[in-house]
Design a protein around this ligand. Structure first.
Ligand code: HEC
Ligand code: CU
Length: 381
């Protein structure tokens, strides 16, 4: 692509070619009809112009055949646009099961990213090439919209919602691409920009394990700290008032009102913020709401923790093979955890620790936090 001029951003994801083809199809259709209509307009204007004062047009009686043709053909053309667009849309909204999840919080005026391994970034997002990446997003304040033109993806992030906004892509080309906020969100909206760095997988692993950005431990470990600090385990342990959360993620839940739902990130979010919205069958509506007590980032960590408890068998979100040593360190530290039920939650996740040093730091901090936190020391049954 020429650097000095291009009609479109670079094509850097698996969606890009599809979206562009549809775009050019629309463009070609529009151009074709524009030329056709303008040509006919000019030709007819000349051909049927009034030549003398006595000219009187022939009466037109109408033609079923002609009217059918000019109704059916545009109808079929419109449907072709619909069918094509819908097929691309479905591909975009149906999330692959084997994606690597990155958590995103929008805020006036920045994008905050957190990787499962714990690394945090602001206005910069590093992702590996050729891997399906899913962004699980929410906002701390107003409406924002995540827009990555080179990937042809855009998704609003709505405040006060019970759901996370999600978006996925698979980058196809290493490089640096723009991130925009595509929803006017205040005076510095235009400054809410950033870059995606698409890296070779090996480089990405190096980036992940390098630097102290992940000193707080993996998201699962950080989530466990929040979980303990808020005293969730007091109800959600074996024999507690609430259901045990191991294996919850991805399971179908049945509610007292007869409804049901598959437990995804948004369900866990809703369970925490709006606990009375769906009461799990067989339980009392005693869970308090944690609205206002957890930040968006803490909420995401909790979700990662609960989610991690479900699918220790899932691909470890892009974590490198370097996890081996980290796993050992983590599981030895875990029995110190206060909530009994957590013991089973965490080890499966230990494999996600990308680097032994960070993992160790994480668990050490984790232990201190637990001891320091009055709630987590609250009497357990
Ligand atoms: C006072 C006890 C209590 C506390 C504290 C509590 N919960 Fe709950 N929780 C419950 C009960 C009871 C249910 C089942 C009824 C319902 O759906 O509200 C539940 C349901 C849930 C569910 C849905 C579980 C399922 O099987 O579908 C999730 C997720 C959850 N809680 C997470 C949390 C988190 C995270 C915390 C800490 C921030 C927490 N809970 C704190 C009692 C509690
Ligand atoms: Cu914004």
């Amino acid at each position: 692509m020429k650097d000095w001029f291009s009609l479109q951003p670079e094509q850097a994801s698996t969606f890009a070619a599809d979206v562009d083809a549809l775009y050019w199809y629309l463009w070609a259709l529009t151009a074709f009809f524009f030329v056709l209509l303008v040509t006919l307009l000019i030709v007819f204007t000349v051909k049927y112009r009034r030549r003398t004062d006595q000219d009187v047009p022939r009466p037109i009686a109408g033609s079923i055949k002609l009217e059918t043709v000019w109704t059916v053909i545009p109808f079929i053309i419109s449907l072709s646009v619909f069918a094509w667009a819908a097929s691309i849309y479905v591909k975009m909204v149906r999330h692959p099961a084997d994606s690597m999840d990155i958590y995103v919080v929008g805020k006036q005026w920045m994008w905050k990213f957190q990787h499962p391994e714990g690394q945090r970034e602001i206005n910069e997002l590093h992702v590996p090439v050729g891997k399906k990446v899913r962004l699980v997003m929410s906002t701390e304040d107003v409406l924002h919209s995540m827009f990555i033109p080179a990937f042809r993806v855009k998704q609003d992030v709505v405040p006060g919602a019970n759901r996370f906004s999600t978006l996925w892509f698979e980058a196809t080309k290493p490089g640096k691409y723009h991130i925009f906020c595509a929803e006017y969100c205040g005076t510095q909206h235009s400054g809410m920009i950033g870059s995606v760095y698409v890296m070779d997988p090996v480089e990405y692993q190096q980036w992940l394990s390098g630097g102290g950005a992940s000193a707080g431990g993996t998201m699962v470990q950080q989530g466990e700290k929040v979980y303990n600090a808020l005293g969730c385990a007091s109800c959600h342990q074996a024999g507690g008032l609430g259901p045990q959360l191991e294996g919850l993620f991805g399971k179908k839940r049945t509610f007292t009102d007869g409804g049901s739902m598959v437990a995804d990130e948004s369900y866990i979010r809703e369970s925490i913020l709006n606990s009375q919205a769906h009461i799990v069958a067989g339980y009392q509506p005693v869970m308090p709401t944690f609205q206002g007590q957890v930040s968006e980032e803490e909420l995401m960590k909790l979700v990662a923790f609960i989610k991690g408890a479900a699918n220790s068998t899932q691909p470890a979100d892009g974590a490198g093979a370097a996890a081996g040593a980290g796993a050992g360190a983590t599981s030895t530290a875990l029995p110190g955890t206060v909530g009994n039920s957590n013991k089973t939650i965490a080890p499966g996740q230990a494999a996600e620790g990308a680097n032994p040093v960070d993992t160790k730091t994480g668990t050490e901090t984790s232990r201190t936090t637990e001891q320091a936190s009055p709630q987590s020391m609250a009497p357990k049954r």
